[in-house]
Design a protein around this ligand. Structure first.
Ligand code: ZN
Length: 109
């Protein structure tokens, strides 16, 4: 089972400051093809000051810190979406496979 840690992502906390505008083009490269997508940004003001940027998931419109790059339908569909839209569990939520057990045995340092 693929987990969220297996997918490349972009993190809104790593956007250049200050961000101008309320949209940004995000991109990723996979299998020799580049994916670019226009994504809305949301801004909140934390109690300690400054501004915190968030992505607005293109699929569900939730405010999220990370968007994950996906390739689906044998490369016909590419884009960015949040973890929940892609149905990605965290590694700790994934059932362990026989490969995981073997990997632990081989890396017991
Ligand atoms: Zn979403």
């Amino acid at each position: 089972m693929r987990c969220v840690e297996d997918f490349p992502f972009i993190d809104a906390a790593e956007l250049p400051r200050p961000c101008s505008g309320d949209r940004i083009i995000v991109g990723a490269e996979s299998e020799g093809q580049t994916t670019e997508q226009l994504v809305n940004l949301a801004v909140t003001v934390p109690h300690f000051g400054g501004r915190r940027y968030w992505f607005v998931c293109p699929s569900c419109r939730r405010r999220v810190r990370k968007l994950y790059h996906y390739v689906a339908f044998f490369g016909e569909r590419r884009g960015f979406a949040c973890r929940l839209c892609l149905g990605l569990p965290y590694r700790s939520q994934c059932p362990r496979t026989a490969d995981d057990e073997l990997w632990d045995l081989l890396n017991f340092t």
